[in-house]
Ligand binder design. Structure first.
Ligand code: URA
Length: 255
């Protein structure tokens, strides 16, 4: 017999993406043996989405959702004492910039000025980073900036393994929320930590690697450039590669 005609769809174009939630609801029910509660919540979300879809809404503004997810991670960090660095810090330096940034910069750890202000990259190296961002026609507010460590190590010494272990998970969560198209790892420490490698920065800089859903490009740290100005040329080459890749990936920065 001929197949029954599909009921008329209230949706134009491709089917809505939220069918995954209903699948997830069934799966959760099955795994945890809770037959109604979770799926009811999901059902309500689906109903709401249907309602908006019928009104002709085709996009949800996820920027505010991302911003509130970032706030939640900050709340989870709280008045952190997970490692010994809490003892000498002035401020936790969380991260700053656009929650929907296509480009994210990751440094090593706050320095003295960052510790005082609670904002990453605001000292001399930070001013240089701002110049690098502006060199590809962006503003600091367009990108997201964070560090591997959220507290300043005394006298800017290198981060220690237990400090990284306590802290890096929060950065990974921030990256997961922002989902930048490209991450620039500033300096050996950030690059080696994110890529889980011991390769020297001179060998890995200027090339793309994968990190979560993003491309990751290591380059020299701006503080290194203050001490070695001749390396600015390399960073300029690297940042042009980043700009071109952002364009190729259709970043709204350049449309
Ligand atoms: N160096 C870093 O790695 N991060 C900062 O925030 C400042 C200097």
């Amino acid at each position: 017999p001929p197949a029954a005609a599909a009921p008329p769809s209230p949706y134009r174009g491709s089917p809505p993406k939220y069918h995954i939630y209903t699948t997830l609801a069934v799966w959760e029910d099955y795994i945890f043996g809770r037959p109604v509660y979770f799926s009811k919540i999901m059902q309500e979300i689906v109903e709401q989405l249907k309602f908006f879809s019928e009104l002709g809404v085709t996009h949800l503004n996820i920027e505010s959702q991302k911003a509130s997810s970032l706030e939640k991670i900050r709340e989870e960090i709280g008045d952190c004492r997970r490692c010994k660095l809490w003892n000498e810090r002035t401020h936790i330096v969380y991260g700053i910039g656009s929650a929907k940034a296509d480009l994210m910069f990751v440094g090593e750890a706050p320095g003295r000025e960052e510790d005082v202000q609670g904002i990453p990259f605001v000292g001399r190296a930070g001013k240089l980073l701002t110049g690098i961002i502006e060199a590809i026609d962006l503003k600091r507010e367009d990108v997201y900036i964070a560090n591997i460590l959220k507290c300043r190590p005394p006298k800017n010494r290198n981060p220690e393994a237990d400090e990284v272990e306590s802290c890096e998970g929060f950065l990974f969560k921030q990256i997961e929320v922002v989902k930048p198209k490209i991450i620039v790892a500033l300096g050996a420490y950030a690059a080696q930590c994110l890529l889980q490698t011991k390769d020297p920065i001179g060998r890995i800089r200027g090339r793309f690697f994968h990190f979560q859903d993003s491309l990751l490009l290591p380059t020299f740290h701006p503080a290194y450039l203050l001490r070695n100005p001749s390396a600015k040329r390399d960073v300029w080459e690297d940042i042009k590669v980043v700009r071109d890749q952002l364009k190729e990936l259709g970043s709204s920065y350049y449309s």
